[in-house]
Design a protein around this ligand. Sequence first.
Ligand code: AP5
Ligand code: MG
Length: 261
Amino acid sequence: MNGLDFHHQRSAQERPGTLWYSARLVILLGPPGAGKGTQAQRLAQQSGLQHLSTGDMLRDNLRHATELGKMATPFINEGRLVPDDIVLGMVQDRIAQSDCVNGFILDGFPRTLAQARGLERICRVYKSKSITVVNLVVHPDTLVRRLTNRRICKLSGHIYHLIDHPPIQNGICDVDGSELMQRPDDNEDVIRERIRTYECHTRPLIDYYAARGLLCRVEAMGHPDAVSSEIKTLLDRQEPTKQEARSSPPLATRVNESLGK
Ligand code: AP5
Ligand code: MG
C-alpha cells in the first residue's frame, strides 16, 4: 500500500465520505511573486477558508529542523521543487485536519501535474464539489522587483513590499509588532531559477485546469485591493447554493464525465 492509499483508507475510516461535501476549494496559481500569498491571506480573512501554503509549511519544517525540513532545504534554497511524494504527503496530512472541513485556499500547490492528479484523487475520496482555480496573471518583468523588495513577518507571515506596501515602522510588522525578515530564496539568482522552474513544471497546469473547466483568469498587475475584489466577485458568482452542494455530483465525477470516462 502506498502513502496515498494509506491516507485514503485512514481518511475513510476516520471521517465519513461526506466530510467535504459542501466544502470549497480555491487553488491560487501563478508564478513566484504573482501575489498568491498576499491574496490568500486576504481571502482567508474574508471567507473563513483556511489558507494552506506549501511554501510556508516547508519553511516551518525547516525552522523546526524536522526530517522533512532538512530534506527540503537544498531544494528551496536552489529554487527547485521539493519532490512530489513529500509535498503530497504533507498536504494530505494537513487537509485531513478538522479546520479544513469548510474548505481551504491552496497557495503554491499543486505545482506539477503529478501533484494536480494527487489532489484530484484526494478530492474524490472526500467527495469535494466546489473547486475554483484562480490563475493570477502578471507581467514577468515585475516579478523580480516584487520579490527582491518583499519582507515578511517572522511570526505570522504577513507580507510587505518595501516600496509599494511598506510597514509603518521600518522592519516591524504592522499587525503583530514582530520583526520583518527577507526570505533567503528572495535573492535575484534564486528568484530567476524559481521562475524557470515555474515555467517548466507549473505553467502546464493552466491548460490542465482549463481543460477541466475550472480555470478563472485574474489580472494581478493592479493594486492588491483591486485584485482581491476581482477574486471575490468571481468566487461569489460561482458559489454553489446549499441545495446544489447537496445534489450535484462530486467534482471527480464531473471531471470523469467531461473526459468521457
Ligand atoms: P513558495 O513559498 O510558494 O514561493 P513561490 O511560489 O516562489 O511564491 P512566492 O511566495 O515567492 O510569491 P507569491 O505569489 O506568494 O507572492 P506574494 O503574495 O508573497 O515556495 C517556496 C519554495 O518552496 C519553492 O521554490 C519550492 O522549493 C518549495 N515548494 C513550495 N511549494 C511546493 C510544491 N507544491 N511542490 C514542490 N516544492 C514546493 O507577493 C510578492 C511580493 O509582491 C510582496 O512583496 C507583495 O507585497 C507584492 N505584491 C503582491 N501583490 C501585489 C500587487 N498586486 N501589486 C504590487 N505588489 C504586489
Ligand atoms: Mg507565497
